[in-house]
Design a protein around this ligand. Structure first.
Ligand SMILES: [Zn+2]
Length: 289
């Protein structure tokens, strides 16, 4: 449902089914429940996106609102995004019952209310956050974005919302045009595991002391990885797993649920991108990691 028909493209369009295959083959992950997502509901999209933008998107029209996307615009691609949003919404709903809910898709953090950006047509995390707030108006949400790229869509959407804390740790000198998050960490190219993890620890400590979320969305992008083709951060495969452990422990320490979404990942060897996402699932769902 999530795979995209892109032909030759930097976006690894088949990664979702490869991650799924790895989970199914791993006997240590037998106990996790795997569910198929529903398409998102149109009225839920309207919690974040403007009527005019949705109209252009669902008529598959190249307008100034859709043209900033770096993906083609077709019925099947929009359908894949509808399922991706549905998956994050479903994970948010299930987070009442389970501490860790993983969407194999989602993390379309560049999507803005009135236009597409990057590889992102619909902002799944923003939509799920708005739905959560609808039912829990006094609760606080953390959007922790550890993708290589700044989560500019979420930073913009929630900039005036004091119940949503946006935290983005990203390479500073690349796409996108930055928006102000509640906490932005702009990383220099070449940063390695030890320094990266120290900055992450300090940031999480600060958030734990100052904000104390009731729910966490974690954008576990695979692109800070040293073998990524779009980024220049030097985080090893083990460092990426250690990053996930920090996020898992943060959630456990605060005793709150975390919804994990895959976001980006463009490793020169596409198998590495799949391994990084698969490792995230192992860290969150299996005691051995
Ligand atoms: Zn990214």
């Amino acid at each position: 449902m999530y795979n995209l028909e892109l032909g030759r493209h930097v976006f690894p369009a088949q990664k979702y089914s490869f991650i799924y295959d790895r989970i199914k083959k791993d006997p240590n992950l037998d106990s996790i429940d795997i569910l198929a997502p529903e398409r998102a509901r149109m009225e839920d999209l309207e919690l974040v996106h403007t009527f005019n933008y949705l109209e252009d998107l669902f008529s598959y029209e190249h307008s100034f609102r859709t043209m900033h996307s770096e993906l083609p615009l077709s019925r099947s691609i929009v359908d894949s995004f509808m399922h991706g949003v549905g998956g994050t919404v479903m994970a948010m709903e299930l987070s009442e019952t389970y501490q860790f809910c993983f969407n194999l898709g989602g993390g379309y953090h560049h999507s803005m209310p009135d236009h597409a950006e990057g590889f992102c047509y619909l902002n799944d995390v923003a939509i799920a956050t708005r739905l959560f707030q609808y039912n829990n108006p006094d609760k606080k949400v953390l959007i922790a974005d550890l993708d290589l790229h700044q989560g500019n869509g979420n930073s913009y959407i929630f900039k005036d919302d004091e119940n949503v804390f946006t935290f983005s740790m990203h390479q500073g000198n690349i796409y996108p045009k930055k928006e102000d998050s509640d906490l932005d960490i702009s990383l220099e190219p070449g940063i390695k595991d030890t320094e990266y993890l120290k900055i992450l620890d300090d940031s999480l400590k600060k958030i734990q002391n100052e904000f104390k979320p009731d729910l966490v969305f974690y954008l576990a992008g695979a692109d800070p990885y040293e073998g990524d083709s779009l980024g220049e951060l030097n985080i090893s495969m083990e460092g990426m797993m250690e990053r996930d452990r920090r996020m898992r422990n943060f959630s456990r320490d605060l005793d709150v649920s975390t919804i994990i979404v895959t976001a980006g990942g463009y490793a020169k060897d596409p198998e590495d991108t799949v391994s990084i996402h698969y490792n995230s699932i192992r860290v969150f769902c299996s005691e051995e990691f």
